[in-house]
Design a protein around this ligand. Sequence first.
Ligand SMILES: *[C@@H]1O[C@H](CO)[C@@H](O)[C@H](O)[C@H]1NC(C)=O
Ligand SMILES: *[C@@H]1O[C@H](CO)[C@@H](O)[C@H](O)[C@H]1NC(C)=O
Ligand SMILES: *[C@@H]1O[C@H](CO)[C@@H](O)[C@H](O)[C@H]1NC(C)=O
Length: 394
Amino acid sequence: MPGSGQVLKNKQKRRVIVIVVVATAVVFGVLLIPYCIWKRKSLRDNMENNVMLDQNIEFQSEDIEVPSFSLATIVTATNNFSSDSKLGEGGFGLVYKGTLIDGHEIAVKRLSRSSIQGLNEFKNEVILIAKLQHRNLVRLLGYCIEGEEIILIYEYMPNGSLDSFIFDKTRAKVFDWSMRFNIICGIARGLLYLHEDSRLRIIHRDLKASNVLLDSKMNPKISDFGMARIFGGDQTEGNTNRVVGTYGYMAPEYAIDGLFSVKSDVYSFGILLLEILSGKKNRRSFHPSQGLNLVAYAWNLWKDDKPLELIDTCLEDNCILLEFVRCLRISFLCLQQHHEDRPNMSSVVMMLHGESSLPEPKEPTSLVGKKLSSSRKSQSPSTNEITVTLLEAR
Ligand SMILES: *[C@@H]1O[C@H](CO)[C@@H](O)[C@H](O)[C@H]1NC(C)=O
Ligand SMILES: *[C@@H]1O[C@H](CO)[C@@H](O)[C@H](O)[C@H]1NC(C)=O
Ligand SMILES: *[C@@H]1O[C@H](CO)[C@@H](O)[C@H](O)[C@H]1NC(C)=O
């Protein structure tokens, strides 16, 4: 039967083909597994290498961002910290003006060693803070740690600090409304960056007129930001026993209970705003017997519908009243007693530019006595407001 022989032959052929295919597959499979493992490993190694490479790049650029200066350089630049080159006294140490050999002017802040806990933590903080860059923040250029010296080097601000313009009757005369409004907006933008836009979430905790510096074009730059981080690395809780800050600018929940949040900075901004508008300094007094402070004085005028009486006399002939009244209202919104009622800085910036309607402010906190504030002790700010040292996930 030739037909059936043919079929048998075909069957055998097919079986052979199947066997060959299966065998090939098995051999390949056996070979493939180690290949895959090897491939994966090499891929992983490669990735690890890449990551390492990235870290290296990052590390190098960090080094470039904050160079460490030698003490000899600083000593030469400041004429061995001569009293002639002294610019003033900041909250954390003396500040000197220096001139580098290439002619660059710098500001040198000499910190006290005893106030720094760990050198490595300090260095890390400096590297992080140097990454914060905004046109309304004073730029940190470098640092120096040598022997007993711990020094921070900043860009030099030729026009000094804001308080020397607001509270000085002769300088206040050149300090016209457009300058003031530009400065108000700049401070607000700088603070917004610290609170919301930067990689680190920073609560300044000592915002005041003397911590706002002016560049050669009278642009405001906030200084001493991050000092709370540098000096209080352990404070992640938003509750501190060591209250830094300046009376007169401190929100009541911070001054009394040690609770700080972005909203306590907003309060300080409100005070600063009031000072820029009025040319008067706020002195906090919780006791009515000590006379009215600036907040109470301004609020009384506002309530009596006479807000224009608050205008700094140096400003009277060049003030844009619409902007003035808007700023005053924003200031009262920032000064409200309950921190949750105060606007955040992004709202403040929008309100300053008239892009957002302004609510009616409630009575500011300084008129309410200490007792009332203390009774709110149990209510602490919500956790997302009080993160001070947490790295914010991008
Ligand atoms: C700088 O002044 C200190 C004491 O004030 C002195 O000990 C030191 O030798 C001076 N350094 C230089 C380089 O003049
Ligand atoms: C600010 O500083 C610059 C450069 O030093 C100077 O020309 C200018 O007059 C200063 N502005 C005021 C208002 O003092
Ligand atoms: C700021 O406040 C506005 C208005 O209350 C709110 O819509 C916005 O989410 C707040 N922004 C942040 C970052 O909390």
